[in-house]
Write a protein that binds this ligand. Structure first.
Ligand SMILES: Cc1cc2nc3c(=O)[nH]c(=O)nc-3n(C[C@H](O)[C@H](O)[C@H](O)COP(=O)(O)OP(=O)(O)OC[C@H]3O[C@@H](n4cnc5c(N)ncnc54)[C@H](O)[C@@H]3O)c2cc1C
Length: 580
C-alpha cells in the first residue's frame, strides 16, 4: 500500500471528513428511522480514514500522488493551505539544482526553511548524484563557504550559506546487512527518516534505536544537530561509522574519510555541519517493537515526573493557563506476539483528527486572525484539556506512538536543555515567566526575584510585563547522555530534560523576547543549553563553559577543513571559530 496523500491534502480531507461525520450523525439523530444522514457520515469516515492512513485507492487508480511536491494537485492544496493556515510549503523544492559539470554561474536562489524564519540565497546550489561530484564541488569552491542541507527542518541558521549549498537528496540509499544476530544499516545522508523506518521494517523487521517527534528530517541532518526523542540518547549516539567528504590537511584537496572510532567519529556524530559533508552513516538497528501508552492528567511537575521509572519513554505536555500536565506514559514492549490493540487505532484516529488537525486549525486563526487574548486563553484553559483524551493503556507500533504530525503547520521552536537536578525549578520558573509576560501577575515570588536579581535579569523581566501572550502547550522530554563531543547531552553524568516552547504567530519574532529571556536566565541559573537546530539566542560566551570538548571539536574540524569552508555565521557566533 504505497502512500499517496500529501500533507495539505490530509488536512483538507480530515477537516471535510470530520464535518461530514458530524452533519451525518446530526441528520440521523434528527430523522430517526431514516437513513438520509448515512451518506455524508460514510463519506466523512472514508475521507478521515484515508487522511489517517495517507492512502487513497482512488488517487492510486488515477495516478495522483500529492506527496510529490511538483504534482499539480499538490500545488492546489498547498495554495489553499498557505492562504488559510500558513501551512508548511518547502520553497526549496521548487528550485532547480545547478548542473555540476556545466559550471555555469547560477542566479542566486532563495532557500526557505520549514519555520519560514531563515531565508538565504546561495550563489551556487547543487544536487550531486555521487561522491565524485561532491569532491568536484569541494575542490571547485575551496575558497568559499559550503553547507550541506537535508530537509531544512532546522530553525536556527545552522544550514544557511550565501556561497554554496549542497542538497543531499540523491544520497538516499539504504543498505541492510545481517551480522550474526544483529542487523546493521548503511544509510545515505539524504535519506528521510520516514522512508528509512519504512525500509528497515519492511526489509528486516527492525527499526531505529530512537525516533524524534517527526520523521521528515534526513539522517545526516538528524545527527548533525543531535536530534532526539524522549527517554533515550539522541540518534547521534548510535552512529558507528560516518563516511565524510572534507579536505586533506597536507594537500588541501578534497577527499573522503571513513571514521569508525575515536574523537573523529564522536565529532562527526554531532558535527553541526562543520566536520565536512556526510555521505553516509552506519548503525546497529533494533528489532521493531511496540509501546504501551497511557495518558495521565496531573497538576504538578513532580506528579508528572513520578511515573518516569515505570515509563522510561514518557513525555509531558504542560497546558498554559490551565497549568495542567498531560503525561504520555510510555514503555517499550519487545514481545513480538503483542499486536496493535483496537484502543490504539482509536487513539491514533483521535490524535490525528482532534489534536493534529482540529486543535491547530482552531488555534491558528485565533492567534493570527482574531488575536483575542481572552479567546486564546479560553481555548487553551477550557477546551484544550478536553481535546487531549486521557486514554487508558493501549499498545501500538513504536513509530506510530513516538511520531507526531507536528510538521503539518509551519511554526518555530526553541528547546532548552536543563540538567535533571534543576528541572522542577526550571518548569516552575517557566510558568512564572509566561504568566508575567502575559500580564497575569505583576511580580514573581520573592525567591525568584532574588535569583533573577543575582544574575542581573529581574529588571529585564519586569520591563517585559504584559508584552507577549504565549499560546501553545509546552513539551518536556528526558534525554539521556550521549557519546559525542558536542551534542546537548554530551559528557554528562546525568540526564537532561528538554523544555520546548513553540510559536505559531506568523511573525515569529513576537516570541523572541520571552524565548531569549528564558534562554539566558536558565543558562545562568541552571547551566541550560539549547538545541543546535532550534531558535538559538545564546552566544559562544554562554556555550563555551557548557561544552568541555568544544576546543577539541574545533581542532578536529580545522584538521579536515583548514580554510573553514564548512562554517557559517551561526557556527562562528556559537561555536567560537573566531575569524573563520
Ligand atoms: C516539525 C519539526 C519537528 C522536530 N522535532 C524534533 C524532535 O522531536 N527532536 C529533535 O531533537 N529535533 C526536532 N526537530 C529539529 C530537527 O530534527 C533538526 O533541526 C534537524 O537537524 C533537521 O534535519 P534536516 O534533515 O532538516 O537538516 P537541515 O535542517 O537541512 O540541516 C541541519 C544541519 O545539518 C547539516 N547537514 C545536513 N545534511 C548534512 C550532510 N549531509 N553533511 C553535513 N551536514 C549536514 C546542515 O548543514 C545543518 O547544519 C524538529 C524540527 C521540525 C521542523
Amino acid at each position: 500500500m504505497k502512500k499517496n496523500i500529501g500533507t495539505e491534502e490530509r488536512i483538507f480531507r480530515s477537516l471535510v471528513g470530520s464535518a461530514l461525520i458530524v452533519i451525518g450523525f446530526t441528520w440521523l439523530r434528527r430523522r430517526k428511522g431514516r437513513t438520509a444522514g448515512l451518506d455524508p457520515a460514510v463519506l466523512g469516515a472514508i475521507l478521515t480514514g484515508t487522511a489517517i492512513t495517507k492512502f487513497c485507492p482512488l488517487n492510486a487508480l488515477l495516478g495522483i500522488d500529492t506527496r510529490r511536491k511538483r504534482h499539480p494537485f499538490t500545488r492546489v492544496y498547498q495554495a489553499l493551505g498557505g492562504i488559510i493556515f500558513s501551512s508548511h510549503r518547502q520553497d526549496l523544492l521548487a528550485m532547480e539544482g545547478e548542473a555540476i559539470k556545466g559550471k555555469k554561474p547560477a542566479e542566486p536562489q532563495r532557500v526557505t526553511n520549514f519555520g519560514k524564519n531563515v531565508r538565504f540565497s546561495p550563489m551556487h546550489f547543487y544536487t550531486p548524484k555521487n561522491e565524485s561530484e561532491i569532491l568536484a564541488i569541494l575542490n571547485m569552491h575551496s575558497k568559499y563557504k559550503i553547507r550541506a542541507i537535508g530537509s531544512l527542518h532546522a530553525w536556527s541558521e545552522v544550514a544557511a550559506s550565501d556561497d554554496v549549498t549542497i542538497d543531499m537528496r540523491h544520497f538516499a540509499q539504504v543498505q541492510v546487512e545481517r551480522k550474526e544476530d544483529e542487523v546493521w544499516a548503511t544509510v545515505g545522508a539524504g535519506c528521510r527518516l520516514e522512508d528509512l523506518i519504512h525500509t528497515l521494517h519492511k526489509q528486516a523487521g527492525v527499526t531505529l534505536p530512537t525516533v524524534p517527534a517527526v520523521t521528515e528530517q534526513t539522517i545526516a541532518g538528524t545527527i548533525s544537530t543531535a536530534t532526539h526523542g524522549s527517554g533515550m540518547p539522541s540518534m547521534s549516539h548510535f552512529i558507528e561509522e560516518a563516511r565524510v567528504a572534507a579536505y586533506d590537511s597536507q594537500t588541501g584537496e578534497a577527499r573522503i574519510y571513513d571514521w569508525s572510532e575515536g574523537p573523529e567519529l564522536r565529532a562527526a556524530r554531532c558535527g553541526v555541519g562543520c566536520t565536512g559533508v556526510i555521505l553516509s552513516v552506519r548503525f546497529r538497528c533494533v528489532p521493531s517493537y511496540s509501546i504501551e501508552q497511557s495518558v495521565a492528567r496531573v497538576s504538578t511537575i513532580d506528579e508528572a515526573l513520578a511515573s518516569e521509572s515505570e515509563y522510561p519513554l514518557q513525555q509531558t505536555i504542560l497546558i498554559p493557563y490551565a497549568w495542567e500536565y498531560f503525561v504520555y506514559q510510555r514503555r517499550p514492549i519487545h514481545d513480538k506476539q503483542v499486536s496493535t490493540s483496537w484502543m490504539a487505532y482509536l487513539f491514533r484516529a483521535h490524535w490525528f483528527v482532534v489534536v493534529d488537525v482540529l486543535f491547530h486549525t482552531t488555534l491558528l486563526p485565533l492567534v493570527n486572525v482574531v488575536g483575542s487574548r481572552r479567546l486564546i486563553r479560553w481555548f487553551l484553559r477550557d477546551v484544550t484539556p478536553l481535546m487531549l483524551w486521557a486514554a487508558p493503556p493501549h499498545t501500538d507500533d513504536s513509530a506510530e506512538v513516538l511520531v507526531l504530525e507536528h510538521e503539518l503547520f509551519s511554526h518555530l521552536e526553541m528547546e532548552l536543555f536543563v540538567p535533571a537536578r534543576h528541572i522542577r525549578e526550571a518548569v516552575k520558573l517557566l510558568t512564572k515567566v509566561m504568566s508575567l509576560f502575559a500580564g497575569d501577575i505583576k511580580r514573581v515570588p520573592p525567591q525568584w526575584e532574588d535569583q533573577l536579581e543575582s544574575i542581573g535579569m529581574l529588571e529585564e523581566l519586569y520591563r517585559n510585563r504584559d508584552t507577549y501572550f504565549h499560546h501553545y502547550p509546552i513539551l518536556v522530554r528526558r534525554i539521556m547522555p550521549d557519546d559525542t563531543l558536542i551534542s546537548m547531552t554530551s559528557e554528562s553524568e546525568e540526564p537532561y530534560y528538554s523544555i520546548s516552547v513553540f510559536t505559531y504567530y506568523r511573525d515569529r519574532s513576537k516570541i523572541y523576547p520571552m524565548a531569549n529571556f528564558l534562554a539566558f536566565s536558565m543558562n545562568r541559573l541552571y547551566g541550560a543549553g539549547l538545541h543546535w537546530g532550534k531558535h538559538f539566542p545564546l552566544n559562544n560566551a554562554e556555550i563555551e563553559p557548557l561544552y568541555p570538548r568544544l576546543k577539541e571539536f574545533r581542532e578536529l574540524c580545522t584538521r579536515v577543513d583548514p580554510n573553514g569552508v564548512f562554517r557559517n555565521s551561526f557556527t562562528r557566533r556559537v561555536l567560537g571559530f573566531g575569524e573563520y
